[in-house]
Design a protein around this ligand. Sequence first.
Ligand SMILES: NC(=O)c1ccc[n+]([C@@H]2O[C@H](COP(=O)([O-])OP(=O)(O)OC[C@H]3O[C@@H](n4cnc5c(N)ncnc54)[C@H](O)[C@@H]3O)[C@@H](O)[C@H]2O)c1
Ligand SMILES: O=P(O)(O)OC[C@H](O)CO
Length: 380
Amino acid sequence: MKIQSVNGEPLPHDAKPFARMAVIGAGSWGTALAATAARSGAQVRLWGRSGDVVDAINRDHRNPAYISDVDLPESLLAVREMRDALRDADAAMIVVPSQSVRLVSRQVAAHAPAGIPIALCAKGIEGETGLLMTQVAEEELPGHPVGVVSGPTFARETALNHPTAAVAAFPFAYRDRLHPEDSAAARFAVTLTTESFRAYVSDDPIGVEVGGAVKNVIAIACGMMTGAGFAENTRAALITRGVDEMKALAEALGGRRETVTGLSGVGDLTLTCSSPTSRNMSLGQQLGQGTPRSDCFDGAPVVVEGEKNAKSVTDLARRLNVPIPICDTVRAILHDGTPIGDAFAALWARPIESEPRAMALSLTHPADDTAVQTLAERMS
Ligand SMILES: NC(=O)c1ccc[n+]([C@@H]2O[C@H](COP(=O)([O-])OP(=O)(O)OC[C@H]3O[C@@H](n4cnc5c(N)ncnc54)[C@H](O)[C@@H]3O)[C@@H](O)[C@H]2O)c1
Ligand SMILES: O=P(O)(O)OC[C@H](O)CO
């Protein structure tokens, strides 16, 4: 597979796909990514912690626990032991929820061949430390190049071969700039390329990761407003101002603002805020309709990354002194007990600000209490 250019530089050679790929985590997204790499021609070993699921994947070529109606490639081998997934692997993808990434990275470190590149595929920020997923993995996987694969990718659609695009991002060392076709980003991109899956490359994992972590929180906000009966104006406002929050946080962490305008930022935010297929949007919608948290998803233990990340993202932003008011609103509702109507009324009543925020304009124009009350009442 030919990669045309990286950072605008035409490539002299084709990038070489990884022959053997370990996928760690057999949930929805791990299964979909494993299927994609297998369809692309890689020898894929998928590790799952449930032996029954592993056996069923090998027997039925379907995952009975997640995206269970999707046929998986027969070449995809699931394994019960992590060491079997990683033996002789050329590269690995870690695909477990963000708050389990440290533990699983530590386990991967015990078995991974020295120096293989590892892509993090979870979307979030570690609660206790405020670290991005790649920073957590760097601590636990010394000596391994660490990057990220992210984008607007519902697992089921990806596994069903709907045309899908994502980005593989690794830091580019000097050597990668001379030979970008050998970079981990380019090699992950070609290893995931199929007729329906299109991967781009980036050298800004921080910018990519911030998009993935923040979009889930904004999607909960969109869901809450939709659930409360508001519609397209509100959603467009939250998406657009959500992009601004992503850009500011990415920049404060050393990422690039323009990365946020790509698949992992604007792309994923648009997807996740557009459909109740998103678990984050769906949680927000249910809460906005007044469903108690314990009854959401009919009480099933569904992974909703934006829930814990509403706290980790806002904790981090506060430490960096970066205002992210939409994320703060979601945090106030989910973690501080503020009623939804009051929290969104306060969000809409903030003093007028400049757009873009770099202008640092601040006009004092607090909405009067009557207006605040009206919006809060309409949402209650
Ligand atoms: N589902 C999607 O459409 C999608 C798409 C892109 C990215 N993601 C991201 O991928 C990550 C995983 O999401 P998912 O949708 O696959 O979740 P999921 O709930 O479908 O699956 C999670 C998997 O992780 C495993 N797991 C959890 N904790 C573990 C631990 N401590 N040790 C070992 N295994 C553990 C579970 O057994 C399960 O197999 C999330 O960060 C999510 O945001 C999901
Ligand atoms: O279902 P969600 O909300 O976790 O979103 C899944 C993916 O992150 C979409 O890219």
